[in-house]
Design a protein around this ligand. Structure first.
Ligand SMILES: *Cc1c(COP(=O)(O)O)cnc(C)c1O
Length: 368
């Protein structure tokens, strides 16, 4: 039996482990474990990659989103528009700053926010739109920026799954007011722990988020606001600096793997393969089953060694944590339907043709 994991973090270590070991050893020998030159340089390298003037390193993608909202002054009484089909953190940070997430349904074929439904959700309390570039696929930033401009709203891009993705040739994270990235190991650029980054070309926003991430302290031991501790470890920065030059190559390998999945899955009935978009970096390849019982198929192929993940089984408006928002089943029908249908197939740059054929054959058997 071939075993196919959903994601294989050891592959990259096999390829460039020597470089990573050297970079980590240098940090350990330096005694500079928090902040320092590696973090500074990585901020500059990432800002250049994304095409922003500023980048602020922090402890996670969640923190980057939180810092962005704080830096924009969003808080109690404010509303932020978010899709309900995303990782919990996208809405969670809105609640953490004391604001209210206002959900807007997604498009079934792109999994991203349905831009035709945004305007109906805008009120006089709306402060920002948070598009999520889900599964590596850019949201429709042309439409989102136009709506934001017309209604005087900020745009906070959740780029956690989409580093390197482009919309009309422009890197995500450089289009809205702020971009937020995660370096969690399963993201397209992953470290060996937690890490995050906020990108912006507004120096005031960058400065304000630095203050919040350092205990609200513009000057050491002088605190102008209540902040948090969100530092990036020097070890993670050193690892990310080694990996960043490989990102485009890894994203390209993902695209090649996607081409193979598309080809092998094309003629299978009842299965919907993901719609393409030129700037996508394919963090996930999520198929949908129009009729079949997704959970039963997932269990069946798991028994054959193919491990898949359901991103995401419960849309955010139906999570217990958001019971107080008073939503019910049927409020965001596309997100609800997609939650029941999606399955993310094993996806990582190094996945082999043999592994992919095995995944597809196992799926075919399960569907038969
Ligand atoms: C991973 C992720 C986050 C959070 O990033 P962490 O680094 O895990 O905190 C936020 N939004 C989305 C869409 C994500 O996939």
């Amino acid at each position: 039996m071939v075993k196919v994991p959903p994601f294989d973090a050891t592959e990259q270590f096999r390829q460039i482990g020597d470089q990573i070991n050297q970079a980590v050893a240098a940090v350990l020998a330096s005694g500079q474990y928090v902040g320092g030159s590696n973090v500074k340089e990585f901020e500059q390298e990432l800002a250049a990659y994304v095409g922003c003037t500023d980048a602020v390193a922090c402890n996670s993608g969640t923190d980057a989103l939180y810092l962005a909202l704080r830096a924009l002054g969003i808080g109690a009484g404010d509303e932020v528009i978010v899709p309900p089909f995303t990782f919990f953190a996208s809405a969670e940070v809105v609640s953490l700053v004391g604001a209210k997430p206002v959900f807007v349904d997604i498009e079934a074929d792109s999994f991203n926010i349905d831009v035709t439904k945004i305007e109906a959700a805008i009120t006089d309390r709306t402060k920002a739109i948070m598009p999520v570039h889900l599964f590596g696929r850019p949201a429709n930033m042309t439409a989102i920026m136009a709506i934001a401009k017309q209604h005087n709203l900020y745009v906070v891009e959740d780029c956690a799954q989409a580093i390197g993705a482009t919309w009309n040739g422009q890197q995500v994270g450089s289009i809205g007011d702020v971009g937020c990235f995660s370096f969690y190991p399963t993201k397209n650029l992953g470290c060996c722990g937690d890490g995050g980054m906020l990108t912006t070309s507004n120096p005031d926003l960058a400065q304000q988020s630095r203050v919040v991430k350092e205990h609200g302290s513009p000057k050491r031991y002088y605190h102008s606001t209540i902040g948090i501790n969100s530092r990036m470890d020097a070890v993670q920065a050193a690892i990310l600096r080694v990996k960043l030059p490989y990102l485009d190559k890894w994203n390209h390998l993902r695209k090649e793997a996607i081409g193979r999945y598309d080809q092998y899955l094309k003629h299978i009935d009842g299965m919907i393969t993901p719609k393409h978009c030129p700037g996508s970096v394919w963090n996930q390849y999520s198929i949908r089953f129009a009729h079949a019982d997704r959970d039963a198929i997932q269990a069946q192929i798991r028994a054959q060694g193919v491990i898949t993940i359901t991103y995401y089984p419960v849309p955010l408006h139906l999570q217990d944590a958001y019971a107080d928002l008073g939503h019910k089943s049927g409020d965001f029908p596309v997100s609800e339907l997609v939650s029941q249908q999606v399955l993310s197939l094993p996806m990582f740059p190094e996945i082999s043709d043999e592994q992919q054929q095995y995944v597809v054959n196992t799926l075919k058997d399960a569907l038969a």
